[in-house]
Design a protein around this ligand. Structure first.
Ligand SMILES: Cc1cc2nc3c(=O)[nH]c(=O)nc-3n(C[C@H](O)[C@H](O)[C@H](O)COP(=O)(O)OP(=O)(O)OC[C@H]3O[C@@H](n4cnc5c(N)ncnc54)[C@H](O)[C@@H]3O)c2cc1C
Length: 453
């Protein structure tokens, strides 16, 4: 196939910055470069920016996908110097200074910013992904929603009580913020939203198991907050299993600490791996595949190449890599955008990035949350209110739709979940299954799920 140069017109002699990925980091970087004398091209394989922190609400029918996704072109249309390309990047030819796309075309750059994020890691068991989707994309969230709701539908028409119990069991793997938020929201869906909608089953008896291999959930939070979150989940009827490993996943259930537990829905929220950007560049990465970048976010040894967000490893003030958080990616994007503009327009040196923690939060159902501000900690209803205000603010900033955001908050507070659509294939009914000891050969010793830090 002839190689097509996809450099956007008009071509002039202004320096050209190519940003791969319009997630939190890439989009913030592009916005900072908007309106400058720098030509910018943003490449993403999706045509929308996704507000990932609220994906679990799509998976549990509280929000529709369009509520948390916004077209990249719309976000950036006010900047005439910023162009957008819908395309999947497959590699980087740094010698020729160009990005290579999956269709064989390429985009030349003077500066390259890689902001391609991360995906779930199944620790060498990629075959589990089919049965236990992670929560990273709209497709994942819709699949989980279809399974959760589809299993209740099937349980309603199943006479076998064991099969009913299996269909109404959800296993969530990983006790990090994603697992905790997903478990709380799934429990509320079953206990409150669906409680009066079925005739033969009592959805309130649904089992939600949150399985964590480490000693406590929310391991990145202070112990006091993780204990509070556990109590809040207990109150919602979630069974929290700590110190227990998911050793195998198959259609119809999972082996947890040597015991096969039948389940209609399994959600994976345990391990994270960086995008393959490090492989494209052929540079050193850490164990999670993240590119080890210099303090100014440049990739050592490759002049003019930068990486940020989940795909980069940047040391914080304590010397440890910064966590994979939207606020880290966003702050890095803003920093790098400003620094590149000053460098390319006025020849200023590239300054080091410094992260400012704005607080770490996780929500446990409709009226409980935890907030960790370092020196200060908040938990309970007030923390939940703060979480709600922050997210309404972020969604309004994101979509500029105050009404939609307030409607969402109202529906959420009153358990009225309007997005209860089963789309795609409804999962096939499970064969009658009972809990049993897994035979010894089904119990690999070393495989232990890890936690999302
Ligand atoms: C379920 C869940 C809940 C979370 N909740 C929170 C939270 O409450 N608070 C918080 O701070 N953080 C949260 N996080 C973490 C946060 O979402 C990430 O840290 C953040 O999205 C990282 O931003 P990023 O810009 O590095 O990557 P992303 O936001 O993942 O964006 C990467 C972009 O790159 C594009 N891309 C990837 N590969 C290619 C390619 N080959 N070609 C073209 N485009 C490509 C993708 O389409 C995507 O648009 C959560 C994460 C998950 C999964």
């Amino acid at each position: 196939m002839p190689q097509l140069n996809r450099t956007p017109a008009p071509v002039d002699n202004h320096p050209h910055v190519v940003i791969v990925g319009a997630g939190f980091g890439g989009l913030a970087c592009a916005a900072e470069l908007g309106g400058t004398n720098v030509r910018v091209t943003v490449i993403d394989r999706r045509n929308y920016h996704l507000f990932v922190p609220l994906l679990y609400q799509v998976a549990t029918a509280a929000l529709s996908p369009a509520d948390i996704a916004q077209p990249i072109r719309k976000v950036l249309n006010r900047y005439p110097n910023v162009d957008v390309i819908l395309g999947e990047v497959k590699g980087v030819d740094h010698a020729a200074r160009r990005v290579v796309l999956a269709d064989g075309s390429f985009v030349p750059y003077d500066r390259l910013v890689l902001a391609t994020g991360s995906s779930y890691s199944y620790f060498g068991h990629d075959e589990w992904a089919k049965v236990a989707p992670g929560l990273k994309t709209i497709e994942d969230a819709r699949q989980i929603r279809a399974r959760l709701l589809g299993c209740f539908e099937q349980a309603e028409v199943t006479a076998d009580p064991e099969q009913q119990k299996a269909l109404m069991t959800t296993i969530i793997v990983g006790g990090g913020p994603t697992g905790v938020e997903m478990a709380g929201s799934a429990a509320e869906l079953a206990r409150y939203t669906l409680a009066r909608d079925f005739r033969r089953i009592d959805t309130r008896s649904a089992r939600i198991l949150l399985v964590e291999a480490g000693p406590r959930i929310l391991a990145a939070f202070p112990e006091e907050l993780s204990n509070y979150a556990r109590r809040a989940l207990d109150r919602l009827g979630v069974t929290v299993l700590t110190g227990q490993a998911v050793e195998r996943i198959e259609a119809g259930g999972a082996v947890i600490n040597g015991r096969f537990v039948p389940a209609g829905t399994i959600v994976w929220g345990a391990g994270v791996k960086a995008s393959p950007a490090g492989t494209w560049l052929g540079v050193e990465t850490d164990r999670a595949g993240r590119i080890s970048v210099a303090p100014d976010l440049s990739v050592p040894g490759l002049e003019g190449v930068y990486a940020l967000g989940d795909t980069a490893a940047v040391a914080g003030d304590d010397g440890k890599p910064l966590p994979g958080l939207a606020q880290v990616a966003k702050q890095q994007g803003i920093h790098l955008g400003r620094a590149l503009a000053a460098n390319l327009e006025r020849g200023e040196a590239m300054p080091a990035f410094r992260f400012r923690m704005r607080g770490n939060t996780a929500i446990v159902g409709r009226s409980a949350a935890v907030f960790d501000f370092g020196r200060y900690r908040l938990k309970g209803w007030f923390a939940w209110l703060l979480w709600a205000i922050v997210h309404v603010y972020l969604l309004v900033g994101f979509e500029k739709r105050l009404l939609v955001s307030l409607q969402w908050l109202w529906r959420y507070m009153t358990y009225q979940r309007g997005a209860r659509l089963i789309t795609g294939d409804v999962p096939a009914p499970l064969p009658p299954t009972v809990e049993r000891e897994a035979p010894a050969e089904e119990r690999p010793q070393e495989e232990r799920q890890r936690n999302r830090a």
